[in-house]
Design a protein around this ligand. Structure first.
Ligand SMILES: [Zn+2]
Length: 630
């Protein structure tokens, strides 16, 4: 096989080289120095071998997998120096693409060496705390322009601060490696750029490894990294639920597409909460007291199930438009209502089946999803499918909650849950319980135990697989629910599931828990905003009482009925107004202007919940029941 001269100035255009002769055309060596991680800096040294010198073009990864957006943090890159054979090499940034760098390398050079730093997002918080580092390799690597991510190999290693340990799905270099590194250094086997970027590394000085399964050469573990030892001390019941999650996911999909899976979990109030999926790991970021605060634990019940499901739905099978050759190419996100929507559905369902969620949490989540979407004025003007296409903009400019009900945000998550519940109940009802969405999931995402493959699919493939599961007009099903603008979200899954949606003055357990966590008051369905503990209004929904009274996002309630604002006082005022002709009298600090505002609202507190319809079988209970149990 001929290895093309990927890095010579003349022959660089790998796109011109047939894919059949492109294989590991270049092996880069990357050393990350994490010794300054506690002060939020990753130092990097990269060696790129060259066939010839000349004008060499390297790219910094632009599109971040799992983010589905051009969020590569090139703005956090600094101190970039280049040398070849020890002599300095000047570089320039491409004026038309800020992730592309040109290097004027001497003609006889055999390699290009770069050193650079990546600064995490202080002061608003990045992926580093004084005790924990979350390394996304796409932030610390360059690749030859035009080279496919599967054709570039990277031999990576990391130098850790004293006393720190690491966890990652990356395989370690073999013991017979030709050279060793200094103490505190971990060397990894060469992997493709695709696998490297798909394998984040967690490190820190407080780690606890919790093995979940080990059989047939396959292992699954939770790697906990905390700010203190007390943060990473799960109870026996919590460990048992993680094991149940693996068992339930096995029963759902019937095959594994990983050999060594790592739930990488940081527990920190410094690192913002998040979750990112990978083939053989998930990067889960939760608050410090996640394991010890029952409210946080239940509120985040579906995080690990969601990210784990992505190993099948998202990594093994992926919408064809999300599979690209390089990290520079744009992604087509229009099928995110499958990639994320179906994953969100199974995240909630698996949390219930594994016992991570409390009984009733499934119903509360569905009620909240439906009611929140139905409260959106924007739902009347934009389709579910359009929210998936707009993912890119939402990620790049997430903005605030202001006008999120009018603009709509990443609604393919919560509306995806309702969509796939709808499909699940149709299959269950029409097959008289013989089949379900699980049947489809096992056929579509199961298959053989093959790790590391991304098999693309289109909407037509999806419809054909559903048709094979249960004959139905699935093309119309998706057209009306995804492409068309609906006046109201689809309620069919809830009603067919044997439940009705109602609004009551009493909060559900889910709402009580949410309000305990943030200390605020969720008046979304009464006054038209959620009110923070300090009275701040992140949004006011167009057409609802606060907005009608002229109060906008960014205002803060400072007085209620002649008294200083507090959450209990506002709650009492909403309740009292129900039995009075007088408006709720607020004093508002509206971005510096203090004024009195009367809100003529008399509907009392309103919270969505599901109630059983005794005339219909309880399909939600059947969906939430652990598989394999009788
Ligand atoms: Zn997801």
């Amino acid at each position: 096989m001929i290895k093309p001269a990927l890095l010579s100035g003349v022959l660089l255009a790998a796109a011109l080289v047939p894919a059949s002769v492109r294989s590991a055309a270049v092996t880069e060596t990357l050393v990350i120095d994490a010794t300054d991680a506690p002060r939020q800096v990753w130092h990097a040294a990269l060696h790129v071998p060259l066939v010839t010198g000349g004008d060499v073009t390297l790219v910094f990864p632009k599109w971040k997998p799992g983010n589905h957006a051009p969020t590569g943090q090139v703005g956090n890159l600094g101190m970039l120096r280049a040398t070849a054979g020890g002599a300095g090499v000047p570089w320039t940034r491409d004026p038309n693409d800020l992730w592309t760098f040109h290097f004027a390398v001497p003609a006889n050079a055999t390699g290009l060496d770069l050193t650079y730093d990546l600064y995490e997002g202080a002061p608003s918080g990045g992926d580093l705390s004084a005790h924990i580092g979350v390394l996304d390799w796409n932030q610390v690597v360059f690749a030859p322009q035009g080279a496919a991510m599967r054709d570039v190999e990277v031999a990576a290693s990391i130098v850790l601060p004293a006393g720190w340990t690491e966890a990652t799905a990356l395989p370690l270099a073999s013991a017979a490696a030709p050279f060793s590194m200094p103490g505190g250094t971990v060397r990894f086997a060469p992997v493709t750029l695709e696998t490297l970027i798909d394998s984040p590394l967690y490190c820190g000085d407080e780690e606890r490894v919790v093995p979940l399964t080990a059989a047939n050469g396959m292992t699954n573990e939770v790697d906990l990294f905390g700010e203190s030892p007390t943060d990473i001390d799960p109870t026996a019941a919590q460990i048992a639920r993680w094991k149940a999650l693996v068992a339930q996911t096995d029963r759902l999909f019937g095959a594994r597409h990983w050999t060594h899976y790592h739930f990488l979990v940081s527990l920190s109030d410094t690192i913002p909460p998040n979750g990112v999926e990978h083939h053989q790991s998930s990067a889960d970021r939760v608050p410090e007291r996640y394991l010890s605060d029952a409210d946080l634990y239940r509120a985040l019940a579906d995080l690990l199930p969601h990210e784990f499901t992505h190993s099948w739905n998202g990594k093994y099978r992926r919408p064809a438009g999300l599979i690209t050759d390089t990290f520079q190419q744009p992604q087509n996100t229009e099928l995110l209502w499958v990639y994320e929507g179906l994953t969100d559905y199974y995240g909630v369902v698996l949390a219930q089946r594994a016992g991570l969620a409390e009984p009733g949490q499934f119903e509360d989540t569905l009620a909240s999803n439906y009611a929140t979407l139905d409260a959106e004025p924007g739902h009347r003007t934009r389709s579910l499918g359009d929210t998936a296409k707009m993912q890119v903009i939402n990620r790049v400019t997430p903005g605030s909650y202001a006008f999120s009900y009018e603009r709509r945000g990443s609604d393919y998550y919560p509306e995806g849950v309702l969509l796939w519940l709808d499909a699940d109940t149709i299959i269950r009802q029409r097959s008289h319980g013989a089949r379900s969405l699980d049947t489809f999931a096992q056929r579509f995402f199961g298959g053989p135990d093959v790790p590391g493959t991304a098999i693309g699919y289109t909407r037509a493939d999806l419809i054909a697989a559903l048709q094979a599961t249960q004959p139905y007009d699935w093309a119309t099903f998706f057209r009306t629910r995804v492409d068309d603008v609906l006046p109201h979200p689809e309620l069919g899954g809830i009603t067919r599931g044997g439940w009705r949606l109602v609004y009551t003055p009493e909060r559900t357990d889910w709402q009580i828990r949410q309000e305990r966590i943030d200390g605020g008051l969720d008046a979304t369905f009464s006054l038209g905003s959620s009110i923070a503990a300090n009275g701040a209004l992140p949004f006011t929904i167009d057409g609802m009482p606060l907005a009608r009274a002229g109060i906008g996002a960014g205002a803060r309630i400072i007085g209620v009925d002649g008294m200083t604002f507090s959450v209990p006082r506002l709650r009492l005022a909403i309740q009292a107004a129900q039995h009075s002709a007088k408006p709720i009298a607020l004093i508002v600090d509206d971005r510096g202007v203090v004024r009195a505002v009367d809100v003529p609202y008399h509907g009392g507190e309103r919270y969505p919940r599901l109630v059983r319809d005794p005339a219909a079988p309880d399909l939600l209970a059947a969906i939430a029941a652990p598989k394999g149990s009788r």
